[in-house]
Design a protein around this ligand. Structure first.
Ligand code: ARG
Length: 470
C-alpha cells in the first residue's frame, strides 16, 4: 500500500520507512489550495533567513543565496511555471524542497522554525493584505451610494416598516443608511487588522526554540509593528500556534458585511420590480429569462443576497472546527484555509460588483413621486400637529386613526376629506390641519440630526463625500 515516492517530504524523513499511501496523501495534502499563500510564505522565509543571519545562525553568503533562491522561486510561481508536488503536502514544504534543490544552504532555512508557526504567519501576512484591499473597495462602494444619493438628492420615497408604507424619506437618506452600516463594517475590518498584525514567528512548533532567535528583528522585517513602529509579537508560544481567532474575527466581520449587502440587494431587487418601479438596473448588470421574453432579472442583487449564506456558513465552519481542539496545533486547523479564502473572495467580489452595478442604476423620479404622494405617509405629522395644539399624543394617535378609517370607508385619500368630515372626527381638526399634507414642507420639518430633512441629508451627503473622497 504505502509506496515510497521520489519526493519524500522533509517532514517524513528519518522517522518514516515509507512514504504516505497515495490516497492518504490525496486526503491530507493542502497544496491544492494553500499555494495561494506562496508569495507570503516566501516573504516570511526571507525575513526568517535574514534574522538567522543577524543572530549568526547563517553566514552572509548562506543568507544571500537563500534569499536569491527564494526570490527566483517566487518569480517562477508568479509566472505560473512552478510545478507543485502533492507528495510534498503543502506550500511550505514545496517551496522549501525546491529551495534546497537549488541551493544547499536551503537545508538551513527551517532552523528554529516549525510549519505550525509558519502557517500562522503566512495566513496573517496574506489576510493583512486582503483586509487592506477589501477596506479600500468598501469605501468605493460607500462612495457609489453617496454619488447615487447626490444625483437624485431631491427624490422622495416612502420609507417602510414591516414592508408597509410608513413615512416619507429622501431616497438619499435611505442610501445613506447603508453607508453608515458599511462604515461600521469598515471599522470592524480595521479593528480586526490590529489583531491580525501580530508576529507569531519564534513560537516554534509549540514551545519556542533553544536557539538564539531575535523575534523583534523578524517582526520588524515583516511590518508587524504598531503605530509607533514598535514590533508586535504574540506573547505565548502555545497560543500563537493554537488559535485562529483572527480568522474567526475576520469571517465574522465579513459575515456582517455580507448581511448588510444582502439587505441592500433586497431593497434594490424590490425597487426594480414593476410593482415598485423606483429604479432601473442597467441591462449590463441584469439577465434575461430563457423562456419569458419580457423578463429582466436583478441577478447580481439576488446572488449577492444568496452569497451571504455561504459567508455566514464559513464563519460557522471555522468556529465549529476550533471548538473541541485541545491545545495546540491540530491538523483540523488546515480546514480554516478554504473557508477563509472563500470568505475573502466572496466579500471582495460582492463589494466590487455591487459598486459597479450602482453606477448603472437609474431612478424613476415619476414612480418615486407617485408613491411618496400617498398622504397616509403623513398621518403621523397630523398627529404631531394635534400635539402642538395641546392634545396628548395617545389621543391624537386615536383621532388620526379614526380619520384614516373614515377616509378608507369614503374611498378617498386622507387629505381629501371635507372640513365637515374632519370636524366630525374631532373639533380640533380645523381646515388648517390639511396643510400638514404639503410634502415639501413636511420634509423641511424633519430637522434633527440624522433626520431626512433636505438640509440635514445635504449635510450628511457632503460629510460623506468629503471623508470618502480624501
Ligand atoms: N498545511 C498545514 C496547515 O494548513 C500547515 C501546518 C502543518 N503542520 C503540521 N504539523 N502538520 O495547517
Amino acid at each position: 500500500m504505502a509506496k515510497k515516492t521520489n519526493h519524500q517530504p522533509p517532514a517524513r524523513s528519518g522517522r518514516f520507512s515509507a512514504g504516505a499511501a497515495r490516497e492518504a496523501n490525496a486526503y491530507t495534502a493542502s497544496i491544492g489550495f494553500d499555494h495561494r499563500l506562496a508569495a507570503h510564505d516566501i516573504t516570511g522565509s526571507i525575513a526568517h533567513a535574514r534574522m538567522l543571519h543577524h543572530v549568526g545562525l547563517l553566514t552572509k553568503s548562506e543568507a544571500t543565496s537563500i534569499v536569491r533562491g527564494l526570490n527566483a522561486i517566487g518569480r517562477k510561481i508568479a509566472a505560473g511555471r512552478f510545478r507543485w508536488k502533492r507528495e510534498l503536502e503543502d506550500v511550505h514544504m514545496n517551496i522549501e524542497a525546491e529551495l534546497t534543490r537549488r541551493v544547499p544552504a536551503g537545508a538551513k532555512l527551517h532552523t528554529g522554525r516549525s510549519r505550525n508557526e509558519q502557517v500562522a504567519l503566512d495566513t496573517r501576512l496574506w489576510l493583512r493584505d486582503e483586509i487592506c484591499s477589501l477596506a479600500n473597495e468598501l469605501h468605493l462602494l460607500q462612495l457609489a451610494l453617496v454619488e447615487l444619493g447626490e444625483k437624485y438628492r431631491d427624490v422622495i420615497i416612502p420609507g417602510y416598516t414591516h414592508l408597509q408604507r410608513a413615512q416619507p424619506v429622501l431616497l438619499a437618506h435611505h442610501l445613506l443608511a447603508y453607508v453608515e452600516m458599511f462604515e461600521r463594517d469598515y471599522e470592524r475590518l480595521l479593528d480586526c487588522l490590529v489583531r491580525v498584525n501580530v508576529c507569531p514567528l519564534g513560537s516554534g512548533a509549540i514551545a519556542g526554540s533553544t536557539l538564539p532567535l531575535d523575534r523583534e528583528f523578524v517582526a520588524r522585517e515583516l511590518g508587524f509593528v504598531d503605530a509607533r513602529h514598535r514590533p508586535v509579537l504574540t506573547q505565548n508560544s502555545m497560543d500563537a500556534v493554537a488559535d485562529r481567532d483572527f480568522v474567526v474575527e475576520f469571517c465574522a466581520a465579513a459575515a456582517l458585511l455580507a448581511v448588510h449587502q444582502s439587505r441592500l440587494c433586497e431593497d434594490l431587487a424590490l425597487w426594480s420590480t414593476v410593482e415598485f418601479g423606483f429604479i432601473r438596473i442597467g441591462d449590463a448588470y441584469t439577465t434575461g429569462s430563457s423562456l419569458m421574453p419580457q423578463k429582466k432579472n436583478p441577478d447580481i442583487a439576488e446572488l449577492t443576497r444568496g452569497k451571504a449564506g455561504r459567508v455566514i456558513g464559513n464563519l460557522v465552519s471555522v468556529l465549529t472546527m476550533l471548538k473541541g481542539l485541545p491545545l495546540t496545533y491540530n491538523s483540523d486547523m488546515q480546514e480554516d484555509k478554504e473557508r477563509l479564502f472563500d470568505t475573502v473572495d466572496t466579500a471582495r467580489s460582492s463589494v466590487c460588483i455591487l459598486t459597479a452595478m450602482l453606477h448603472h442604476v437609474d431612478v424613476n423620479r415619476r414612480a418615486c413621486a407617485a408613491a411618496a404622494s400617498d398622504p397616509g405617509l403623513l398621518a403621523t405629522d397630523l398627529a404631531d400637529w394635534l400635539v402642538q395644539k395641546g392634545m396628548p399624543f395617545r389621543q391624537a394617535h386615536h383621532v388620526v386613526g379614526e380619520l384614516v378609517a373614515l377616509a378608507e370607508t369614503k374611498g378617498r385619500p386622507l387629505n381629501k376629506l371635507t372640513p365637515a368630515e374632519l370636524r366630525k372626527v374631532d373639533k380640533a381638526l380645523t381646515p388648517a390641519a390639511l396643510r400638514v399634507f404639503d410634502l415639501g414642507a413636511a420634509m423641511q420639518r424633519r430637522h434633527g440630526i440624522g433626520s431626512p430633512s433636505v438640509k440635514e441629508v445635504r449635510r450628511q451627503l457632503d460629510r460623506w463625500h468629503k471623508s470618502l473622497r480624501h
